[in-house]
Write a protein that binds this ligand. Structure first.
Ligand code: SAM
Length: 286
Protein backbone atom coordinates (compact mmCIF):
# COMPACT_ATOMS: atom_id res chain seq x y z
CA UNK A 1 0.00 0.00 0.00
CA UNK A 2 1.45 3.39 -1.02
CA UNK A 3 2.10 6.03 1.61
CA UNK A 4 0.51 9.42 1.13
CA UNK A 5 3.22 11.95 0.45
CA UNK A 6 2.73 15.39 1.89
CA UNK A 7 5.86 17.46 1.52
CA UNK A 8 6.72 20.78 3.08
CA UNK A 9 8.94 23.12 1.07
CA UNK A 10 11.55 25.36 2.62
CA UNK A 11 9.16 28.33 2.26
CA UNK A 12 6.65 26.46 4.47
CA UNK A 13 4.25 25.62 1.62
CA UNK A 14 2.59 22.19 1.73
CA UNK A 15 2.44 19.93 -1.37
CA UNK A 16 0.90 16.61 -2.35
CA UNK A 17 3.41 14.50 -4.27
CA UNK A 18 1.64 12.01 -6.57
CA UNK A 19 3.82 9.23 -7.93
CA UNK A 20 2.84 7.37 -11.11
CA UNK A 21 4.63 3.97 -11.29
CA UNK A 22 7.86 5.49 -9.95
CA UNK A 23 8.37 7.23 -13.32
CA UNK A 24 6.44 10.48 -13.04
CA UNK A 25 5.69 12.84 -10.17
CA UNK A 26 2.94 15.45 -10.10
CA UNK A 27 2.95 17.98 -7.27
CA UNK A 28 -0.14 19.89 -6.12
CA UNK A 29 0.11 22.89 -3.82
CA UNK A 30 -2.15 22.31 -0.81
CA UNK A 31 -4.15 24.86 1.09
CA UNK A 32 -5.43 22.41 3.68
CA UNK A 33 -5.72 18.73 4.53
CA UNK A 34 -9.40 18.28 5.39
CA UNK A 35 -9.55 14.54 6.02
CA UNK A 36 -6.95 11.79 6.27
CA UNK A 37 -7.75 8.21 7.39
CA UNK A 38 -6.57 4.69 6.70
CA UNK A 39 -9.39 2.32 5.70
CA UNK A 40 -8.96 -1.49 5.51
CA UNK A 41 -8.35 -1.02 1.75
CA UNK A 42 -6.43 2.21 1.21
CA UNK A 43 -5.44 5.60 2.57
CA UNK A 44 -8.32 8.05 2.03
CA UNK A 45 -7.85 11.80 2.11
CA UNK A 46 -9.62 14.95 1.00
CA UNK A 47 -7.41 17.96 0.50
CA UNK A 48 -8.01 21.52 -0.65
CA UNK A 49 -5.59 22.30 -3.50
CA UNK A 50 -4.61 25.72 -4.84
CA UNK A 51 -5.62 25.07 -8.47
CA UNK A 52 -8.16 22.22 -8.39
CA UNK A 53 -10.09 22.94 -5.20
CA UNK A 54 -11.21 20.05 -3.03
CA UNK A 55 -9.71 16.77 -4.18
CA UNK A 56 -10.13 13.09 -3.31
CA UNK A 57 -6.80 11.27 -2.94
CA UNK A 58 -6.53 7.47 -2.50
CA UNK A 59 -3.14 6.00 -1.56
CA UNK A 60 -1.54 9.28 -2.64
CA UNK A 61 -3.19 9.28 -6.10
CA UNK A 62 -5.62 12.03 -7.16
CA UNK A 63 -9.02 10.53 -8.06
CA UNK A 64 -11.29 13.47 -8.66
CA UNK A 65 -11.37 17.20 -8.03
CA UNK A 66 -13.97 19.94 -7.63
CA UNK A 67 -12.63 21.69 -10.75
CA UNK A 68 -12.24 18.89 -13.33
CA UNK A 69 -14.08 15.89 -11.80
CA UNK A 70 -17.16 16.61 -13.92
CA UNK A 71 -15.25 15.88 -17.17
CA UNK A 72 -14.50 12.29 -16.22
CA UNK A 73 -17.85 11.67 -14.52
CA UNK A 74 -19.87 13.07 -17.42
CA UNK A 75 -17.89 11.12 -20.01
CA UNK A 76 -18.10 7.77 -18.23
CA UNK A 77 -21.89 8.09 -17.82
CA UNK A 78 -23.51 10.20 -20.57
CA UNK A 79 -21.73 8.45 -23.45
CA UNK A 80 -23.08 4.92 -22.71
CA UNK A 81 -26.43 6.22 -21.48
CA UNK A 82 -26.97 8.08 -24.78
CA UNK A 83 -25.88 5.06 -26.83
CA UNK A 84 -28.21 2.57 -25.12
CA UNK A 85 -31.78 2.95 -26.48
CA UNK A 86 -33.52 2.47 -23.14
CA UNK A 87 -31.35 2.23 -20.02
CA UNK A 88 -33.39 1.53 -16.89
CA UNK A 89 -31.18 -0.48 -14.54
CA UNK A 90 -27.61 0.73 -14.20
CA UNK A 91 -24.77 -0.64 -12.09
CA UNK A 92 -21.70 1.37 -11.08
CA UNK A 93 -18.70 -0.56 -9.83
CA UNK A 94 -16.41 1.62 -7.71
CA UNK A 95 -17.30 5.27 -8.15
CA UNK A 96 -16.89 6.10 -4.43
CA UNK A 97 -16.77 9.86 -5.04
CA UNK A 98 -20.42 9.47 -6.22
CA UNK A 99 -19.90 11.77 -9.22
CA UNK A 100 -20.99 9.07 -11.69
CA UNK A 101 -24.13 8.28 -9.64
CA UNK A 102 -24.90 11.98 -9.53
CA UNK A 103 -24.74 12.24 -13.35
CA UNK A 104 -27.06 9.22 -13.74
CA UNK A 105 -29.71 10.79 -11.48
CA UNK A 106 -30.17 13.44 -14.21
CA UNK A 107 -32.12 10.90 -16.32
CA UNK A 108 -35.75 10.30 -15.40
CA UNK A 109 -35.80 7.16 -17.57
CA UNK A 110 -33.29 5.42 -15.27
CA UNK A 111 -35.21 3.54 -12.57
CA UNK A 112 -32.45 1.96 -10.50
CA UNK A 113 -28.81 2.87 -9.88
CA UNK A 114 -26.86 0.25 -7.91
CA UNK A 115 -23.44 1.38 -6.75
CA UNK A 116 -21.03 -1.28 -5.51
CA UNK A 117 -18.07 0.32 -3.80
CA UNK A 118 -15.54 -1.68 -1.82
CA UNK A 119 -14.67 1.13 0.59
CA UNK A 120 -17.44 2.82 2.57
CA UNK A 121 -14.97 5.35 3.95
CA UNK A 122 -14.52 6.90 0.46
CA UNK A 123 -18.27 7.56 0.20
CA UNK A 124 -18.47 8.95 3.75
CA UNK A 125 -15.50 11.28 3.18
CA UNK A 126 -16.85 12.55 -0.18
CA UNK A 127 -20.36 13.08 1.23
CA UNK A 128 -18.93 15.26 3.99
CA UNK A 129 -16.00 17.03 2.35
CA UNK A 130 -16.57 16.89 -1.41
CA UNK A 131 -20.19 17.93 -2.13
CA UNK A 132 -19.04 19.58 -5.41
CA UNK A 133 -18.59 16.06 -6.81
CA UNK A 134 -20.85 13.85 -4.68
CA UNK A 135 -23.93 16.04 -5.22
CA UNK A 136 -27.43 14.74 -4.62
CA UNK A 137 -27.05 11.38 -2.92
CA UNK A 138 -30.51 11.41 -1.40
CA UNK A 139 -32.06 10.31 -4.71
CA UNK A 140 -34.01 7.13 -3.75
CA UNK A 141 -32.99 5.37 -6.98
CA UNK A 142 -29.36 5.19 -5.80
CA UNK A 143 -28.73 2.00 -3.80
CA UNK A 144 -25.32 1.63 -2.14
CA UNK A 145 -23.73 -1.78 -1.66
CA UNK A 146 -20.38 -1.84 0.14
CA UNK A 147 -18.70 -4.92 -1.28
CA UNK A 148 -16.11 -6.10 -3.77
CA UNK A 149 -17.40 -5.38 -7.28
CA UNK A 150 -15.94 -8.65 -8.59
CA UNK A 151 -17.83 -10.74 -6.03
CA UNK A 152 -21.07 -8.77 -6.52
CA UNK A 153 -21.13 -9.08 -10.28
CA UNK A 154 -20.32 -12.82 -10.29
CA UNK A 155 -23.68 -13.51 -8.65
CA UNK A 156 -25.74 -11.58 -11.22
CA UNK A 157 -27.16 -12.78 -14.53
CA UNK A 158 -29.02 -10.70 -17.15
CA UNK A 159 -29.87 -7.94 -14.68
CA UNK A 160 -28.49 -4.63 -15.96
CA UNK A 161 -28.90 -2.48 -19.08
CA UNK A 162 -25.62 -0.65 -18.45
CA UNK A 163 -22.62 -1.31 -16.22
CA UNK A 164 -20.14 1.49 -15.53
CA UNK A 165 -16.76 0.46 -14.13
CA UNK A 166 -15.57 3.61 -12.38
CA UNK A 167 -12.44 2.16 -10.86
CA UNK A 168 -9.22 3.54 -9.50
CA UNK A 169 -5.90 2.57 -11.13
CA UNK A 170 -5.06 -1.15 -11.47
CA UNK A 171 -3.15 -1.40 -8.20
CA UNK A 172 -4.50 -2.49 -4.80
CA UNK A 173 -8.24 -3.35 -4.65
CA UNK A 174 -8.89 -2.25 -8.25
CA UNK A 175 -6.33 -4.56 -9.88
CA UNK A 176 -8.96 -7.29 -10.40
CA UNK A 177 -11.24 -4.80 -12.18
CA UNK A 178 -8.90 -4.93 -15.20
CA UNK A 179 -8.88 -8.72 -15.63
CA UNK A 180 -10.51 -10.80 -18.39
CA UNK A 181 -12.62 -12.87 -15.97
CA UNK A 182 -14.15 -9.73 -14.50
CA UNK A 183 -15.24 -8.46 -17.94
CA UNK A 184 -16.68 -11.91 -18.67
CA UNK A 185 -18.76 -11.63 -15.45
CA UNK A 186 -19.91 -8.17 -16.53
CA UNK A 187 -21.12 -9.63 -19.81
CA UNK A 188 -23.17 -12.25 -17.94
CA UNK A 189 -24.63 -9.63 -15.59
CA UNK A 190 -25.85 -7.55 -18.55
CA UNK A 191 -29.15 -8.14 -20.33
CA UNK A 192 -28.97 -9.43 -23.94
CA UNK A 193 -28.84 -5.86 -25.24
CA UNK A 194 -26.62 -4.49 -22.45
CA UNK A 195 -23.56 -2.24 -22.62
CA UNK A 196 -20.59 -1.77 -20.34
CA UNK A 197 -17.97 0.95 -20.09
CA UNK A 198 -14.76 1.23 -18.12
CA UNK A 199 -11.99 3.76 -17.74
CA UNK A 200 -9.04 2.29 -19.63
CA UNK A 201 -6.23 4.59 -18.41
CA UNK A 202 -3.81 6.93 -20.17
CA UNK A 203 -3.00 6.10 -23.81
CA UNK A 204 0.32 7.91 -23.32
CA UNK A 205 1.57 6.62 -19.95
CA UNK A 206 -0.29 3.29 -19.66
CA UNK A 207 -0.64 2.05 -23.28
CA UNK A 208 -0.25 -1.62 -22.33
CA UNK A 209 -3.17 -1.41 -19.87
CA UNK A 210 -5.35 0.28 -22.51
CA UNK A 211 -4.35 -2.32 -25.10
CA UNK A 212 -5.05 -5.22 -22.74
CA UNK A 213 -8.40 -3.78 -21.61
CA UNK A 214 -9.56 -3.10 -25.17
CA UNK A 215 -8.42 -6.58 -26.26
CA UNK A 216 -10.44 -8.25 -23.46
CA UNK A 217 -13.55 -6.21 -24.26
CA UNK A 218 -13.24 -6.74 -28.03
CA UNK A 219 -12.93 -10.49 -27.54
CA UNK A 220 -16.02 -10.69 -25.31
CA UNK A 221 -18.48 -8.21 -26.84
CA UNK A 222 -20.01 -8.06 -30.32
CA UNK A 223 -19.14 -4.36 -30.56
CA UNK A 224 -16.36 -2.50 -28.76
CA UNK A 225 -14.90 0.98 -29.10
CA UNK A 226 -12.51 3.26 -27.24
CA UNK A 227 -13.07 7.00 -26.75
CA UNK A 228 -11.17 9.79 -25.04
CA UNK A 229 -11.59 12.95 -22.97
CA UNK A 230 -9.11 15.40 -21.54
CA UNK A 231 -8.94 15.31 -17.73
CA UNK A 232 -6.22 17.72 -16.56
CA UNK A 233 -5.46 16.00 -13.24
CA UNK A 234 -4.87 12.55 -14.75
CA UNK A 235 -1.30 11.86 -15.95
CA UNK A 236 -0.91 13.25 -19.45
CA UNK A 237 -4.41 14.76 -19.49
CA UNK A 238 -5.65 12.55 -22.35
CA UNK A 239 -7.72 9.71 -20.83
CA UNK A 240 -9.37 6.67 -22.39
CA UNK A 241 -12.63 4.81 -21.86
CA UNK A 242 -13.70 1.57 -23.56
CA UNK A 243 -17.28 0.48 -24.28
CA UNK A 244 -18.50 -3.05 -24.98
CA UNK A 245 -21.99 -3.68 -26.37
CA UNK A 246 -23.79 -7.03 -26.68
CA UNK A 247 -26.31 -6.04 -29.35
CA UNK A 248 -26.33 -2.39 -30.45
CA UNK A 249 -23.58 -1.00 -32.70
CA UNK A 250 -21.69 1.82 -31.02
CA UNK A 251 -22.80 4.56 -33.36
CA UNK A 252 -22.87 8.07 -31.86
CA UNK A 253 -24.56 9.56 -34.94
CA UNK A 254 -27.68 7.49 -34.27
CA UNK A 255 -27.64 7.98 -30.47
CA UNK A 256 -30.84 9.00 -28.71
CA UNK A 257 -31.41 12.77 -28.65
CA UNK A 258 -31.83 13.81 -25.04
CA UNK A 259 -31.40 17.07 -23.16
CA UNK A 260 -29.26 16.83 -20.05
CA UNK A 261 -27.56 19.63 -18.12
CA UNK A 262 -23.78 19.20 -18.25
CA UNK A 263 -20.58 21.24 -18.11
CA UNK A 264 -18.44 19.25 -20.59
CA UNK A 265 -20.51 16.67 -22.45
CA UNK A 266 -22.66 17.68 -25.43
CA UNK A 267 -23.80 16.22 -28.73
CA UNK A 268 -20.66 17.33 -30.60
CA UNK A 269 -18.42 15.73 -27.94
CA UNK A 270 -20.45 12.49 -28.16
CA UNK A 271 -19.94 12.37 -31.91
CA UNK A 272 -16.26 13.32 -31.83
CA UNK A 273 -14.95 11.45 -28.76
CA UNK A 274 -14.62 8.18 -30.72
CA UNK A 275 -12.29 9.81 -33.26
CA UNK A 276 -8.88 8.63 -32.08
CA UNK A 277 -5.42 10.03 -32.78
CA UNK A 278 -3.29 7.89 -35.10
CA UNK A 279 -1.01 6.55 -32.36
CA UNK A 280 -4.07 5.14 -30.59
CA UNK A 281 -5.45 3.60 -33.79
CA UNK A 282 -2.10 1.94 -34.29
CA UNK A 283 -1.91 0.74 -30.67
CA UNK A 284 -5.42 -0.71 -30.73
CA UNK A 285 -5.46 -2.17 -34.23
CA UNK A 286 -1.99 -3.58 -34.75
N1 SAM B 1 -12.47 8.70 -11.28
C1 SAM B 1 -11.45 8.05 -10.59
C2 SAM B 1 -10.22 7.72 -11.37
O1 SAM B 1 -10.29 7.25 -12.51
O2 SAM B 1 -9.14 7.92 -10.81
C3 SAM B 1 -11.88 6.86 -9.81
C4 SAM B 1 -13.23 6.96 -9.20
S1 SAM B 1 -13.59 6.15 -7.73
C5 SAM B 1 -12.85 7.09 -6.49
C6 SAM B 1 -12.76 4.62 -7.74
C7 SAM B 1 -13.28 3.72 -6.62
O3 SAM B 1 -13.13 2.34 -6.96
C8 SAM B 1 -12.59 3.90 -5.27
O4 SAM B 1 -13.45 4.56 -4.38
C9 SAM B 1 -12.24 2.48 -4.83
O5 SAM B 1 -12.46 2.25 -3.46
C10 SAM B 1 -13.18 1.66 -5.72
N2 SAM B 1 -12.75 0.27 -5.90
C11 SAM B 1 -11.49 -0.19 -6.09
N3 SAM B 1 -11.50 -1.52 -6.19
C12 SAM B 1 -12.79 -1.93 -6.09
C13 SAM B 1 -13.44 -3.20 -6.13
N4 SAM B 1 -12.74 -4.33 -6.30
N5 SAM B 1 -14.79 -3.24 -5.99
C14 SAM B 1 -15.51 -2.10 -5.82
N6 SAM B 1 -14.94 -0.87 -5.77
C15 SAM B 1 -13.61 -0.79 -5.91
Amino acid sequence: MTEVNWIENQDGSLWLKEDDRGNLQIHYRLKEILYSEQSPFQHVSIVDTADFGRTLVLDGVVQTTAIDGHIYNEMITHVPIHLHPNPKKVLIIGGGDCGAARELTKYERIEQIDMVEIDELVVKACKTYLPEVSGNLSDPRVRFVFDDGVKFVKEKEQVYDCIIVDSSDPVGPAEVLFEYDFYASLKRALKDDGMMVCQSQSPIFHPSILKQTATHIRSLFRYAKTYTAVVPTYPGGLWSFTIGSKKYPIDPSSARKETVTTKYFNRGILESCFVLPEFMNELLNK
